[in-house]
Design a protein around this ligand. Structure first.
Ligand SMILES: NC(=O)c1ccc[n+]([C@@H]2O[C@H](COP(=O)([O-])OP(=O)(O)OC[C@H]3O[C@@H](n4cnc5c(N)ncnc54)[C@H](O)[C@@H]3O)[C@@H](O)[C@H]2O)c1
Length: 353
């Protein structure tokens, strides 16, 4: 058995508390968190105590961690505008990099990361966690096996309502930075980001052209709070993505979902723990919940896919195989985000760079 990967965390805030920590504890055969870096002492303390990281390995400056700690890899979970700096410094330190989405806030930053990763020969991946949920994996397997037919149209959606004092909620800094342009916030890059890669994976063909309206409709913030997109894929098929931070009504579909339709059937994935996967086929004559997965889902920590995603990443690091979501794939998702913003400004379809 190979030794567990020695991991350092850069950023120990909301998603680390909510999700990453339990994943690292569940995957203790593959990973050991040995060092932490965060500006906020309370976040360092919580993560340090829960993960049993010695006080000497809890750093307030991530550069000290990179210089002093004995680590094989870092996991970056800081606000978006810091991802490029943190990834490039980690590449220079010669460690593998796992970055929370998005990889950066612009394609120029993304290219600088890819150049640093290549120059230093380190593995790099971005967390596209919703690809790794059990229902999503099963949907992709069914599509690959031809059980639903060949996708011709897809949709993805997440409608929600952020708190009314969104931009000024100092009690919750994670809310405040998400609503600021200078920190790389906004509905499309923070939220719709997941629907974009999910729909593209189900369609099985890269997005080539983007039409969109990415707008600030409700909140007094300098980033978008609604993102409506129409994609044409390389193979000529089409899909749509709708995401909103300002929709209070619970939809009948309840929360986040994505789906594809073919002439013989359809498949829909909900990111929730009850009845998450539905399939329609003309032969079966109606929608069916594929509840065979339910028990498996309950055994897996979290419904957000981080468990499956990190498991695949640690496996790739241990075996030296290709990372599950390579940098180029994450750059492509960011290029779709940029194309959608440009399509809004110019009111025309934009080809993805
Ligand atoms: N994949 C997902 O489903 C998912 C869900 C939530 C968040 N995220 C991503 O995770 C990242 C973090 O989001 P969050 O909700 O945890 O935000 P957060 O604000 O709760 O946490 C960010 C942490 O980074 C720390 N930090 C800020 N500057 C730092 C620096 N220079 N050095 C070290 N630490 C620093 C903050 O003190 C804070 O603890 C974002 O990229 C976000 O998009 C992903």
């Amino acid at each position: 058995m190979t030794k567990p990967i020695r991991l350092g965390l850069i950023g120990c805030g909301g998603i680390v508390r909510l999700n990453h920590i339990s994943v690292f504890l569940s995957l203790s055969d593959s990973v050991r968190v040995v060092a932490l870096a965060d500006l906020a002492p309370e976040n360092l303390e919580y993560a340090g105590n829960t993960l049993e990281v010695p006080p000497a390995q809890r750093y307030t400056d991530y550069r000290d961690m990179l210089a002093k700690a004995e680590i094989d890899a870092v996991s970056i979970a800081t606000p978006h505008s810091l991802h490029a700096e943190h990834a490039i410094q980690a590449a220079e330190a010669g460690v593998a990099i796992i970055s929370e989405k998005p990889m950066a806030t612009s394609l120029e930053e993304a290219d600088a990361i890819l150049a640093a990763v290549k120059h230093n020969g380190v593995p790099y991946t971005v967390i596209h966690n919703l690809l790794f949920t059990l229902p999503m994996q099963e949907a992709l397997a069914q599509l690959r096996a031809g059980k639903v037919g060949k996708p011709i149209f897809g949709r993805g959606q997440l409608l929600g309502l952020k708190p009314a004092d969104f931009g000024a909620d100092h009690a919750n800094p994670a809310m405040a930075w998400r609503a600021q342009k200078a920190i790389g916030g906004g509905c499309i890059i923070d939220t719709a980001y997941h629907e974009i890669y999910s729909v593209e994976a189900l369609m099985g063909s890269p997005v080539q052209y983007v039409e969109a309206r990415v707008k600030t409709m409700h909140f007094d913030i300098d980033v978008d709070d609604i993102a409506i997109m129409l994609f044409e894929h390389q193979n000529g098929t089409v899909s749509t993505v709708s995401a909103s931070w300002c929709s209070p009504a619970p939809t009948p579909e309840r929360g986040r979902w994505c789906e594809v339709h073919t002439t013989s059937g359809s498949i829909r994935v909900y990111h929730r723990d009850e009845e998450p996967l539905w399939r329609f086929t003309r032969a079966e004559g109606g929608w069916k919940s594929l509840d065979v997965l339910e028990e498996t889902i309950k055994e897996s920590p979290g419904i957000g896919g981080h468990f499956g995603c990190y498991a695949a990443v640690f496996d790739a690091l241990a075996t030296g195989s290709e990372m599950p979501v390579p940098g180029e794939q994450a750059r492509h998702n960011l290029a779709i985000v940029e194309a959608a913003r440009q399509a809004t400004d110019e009111r025309r379809a934009i080809e993805v760079r």
